[in-house]
Design a protein around this ligand. Structure first.
Ligand SMILES: [Mn+2]
Length: 327
């Protein structure tokens, strides 16, 4: 399960660099956090035993449930000083505008690498790219680049978490035989599967359950029942005191509605700043719609950001989806 040339690209680049930065996309999900911390722990433990290298990971807003991962307190965000890294590793992120504030370090870095599984990754923004659009997750990509005997329990936990989240606990169609084999190997390294799955995926706070219920109750079927849509305004988010990290799982519950081909969930992060998520059950490639609106993702899971009034964003999106449903 090792991709030799991909693995060499990683180990050669790391060996040649004295300073390394790692970053994923803004509002990191399980795969992004798992990939960043999995790689960070792996590099620290195997390539930096005598601390001759400076390895920094940039991440903001790590969901609370992931804070049991080793070194989850290490990521930096506010970082004032100008700094040029020998190597900048981008994870689970298909374009540079999703790097957030870490972008300045990416731009000034001497060498850049990207490990990803997003089909929308054009591959033109980093010097080196390891892209496997048929892999479940960036954590799966990373596993195949690592030397198995060098993966510690701490790194394994992070990678397992990423695979669990991007496969929706091994149920999405991106779960392959290889995914299960890798998950099996990670369990063999001692990962506590129940803790990761229940503790980080299914467990919800009371407020998270309330907001899930509200979004389901207010959802609507559109385009002849082929699309289900729900949304949350900034005002309602403030009323409940929820942040984007509290909304995971809503889109998946919408998606399992019988007869529905596409599920859409939209929330307003700031007034008139909207985050649109889409999931597809059937043949509709939602990454096409997402790319059309300036976003990206996968065939069955994609999204984008939009600015404007909620009803305008919904109207535009439905016009786009209507076009796609006819294809
Ligand atoms: Mn991912």
């Amino acid at each position: 399960m090792k991709n030799e040339s991909d693995g060499r690209m990683l180990s050669d680049a790391v060996a040649q660099a004295d300073s390394i930065a790692i970053a994923g996309h803004i509002r990191p999900d399980g795969d992004c956090v798992g990939a960043c911390l999995g790689l960070y722990n792996y590099l620290q433990e195997n390539y930096n035993r005598s601390f001759e290298k400076e390895i920094t990971v940039y991440m903001k807003d790590i969901p609370e449930a992931f804070l049991f991962l080793k070194n989850s307190g290490k990521p930096l965000w506010e970082f004032e000083q100008e700094k040029q890294y020998d190597l900048f590793i981008v994870l689970d992120c298909s374009s540079e505008d999703r790097l957030g504030d870490a972008l300045k370090y990416f731009k000034s870095a001497k060498h850049t690498l990207c490990f990803d599984h997003h089909i929308s990754n054009s591959g033109h923004f980093t010097d080196g790219l390891v892209l496997h659009a048929d892999y479940s997750s960036t954590c799966e990509v990373l596993f195949t680049c690592m030397q198995e005997e060098k993966i510690s329990l701490a790194a394994a936990e992070a990678l397992y978490l990423g695979i669990v989240h991007d496969t929706g606990v091994f149920k999405h169609s991106n779960t392959s035989e290889q995914t299960m084999r890798i998950a099996g190997r990670l369990l063999g390294m001692g990962v506590d599967s129940t803790r990761v799955i229940d503790g980080t995926f299914y467990e919800k706070s009371y407020i998270e359950n309330q907001i899930l219920g509200r979004c389901l109750m207010e959802s609507m079927l559109v385009l002849d029942g082929r699309v289900i849509l729900s949304y949350l305004s900034h005002k309602t988010m403030r009323l409940y005191g929820v942040v984007p990290a509290n909304l995971s799982g809503i889109i998946d519950q919408l998606r399992v509605t019988r007869g529905v081909e596409v599920a859409v969930f939209i929330y307003e992060t700031e007034p008139q700043c909207l985050k649109v998520s889409m999931r597809s059950n059937g043949e509709v490639d939602v990454s096409k719609t997402a790319v059309f609106f300036g976003g990206g993702g996968h065939k069955k899971a994609a999204g984008y950001e939009a600015h404007g009034f909620m009803h305008d964003v919904i109207n535009n999106l439905l016009a786009g989806l209507c076009h796609q449903l006819k294809e």
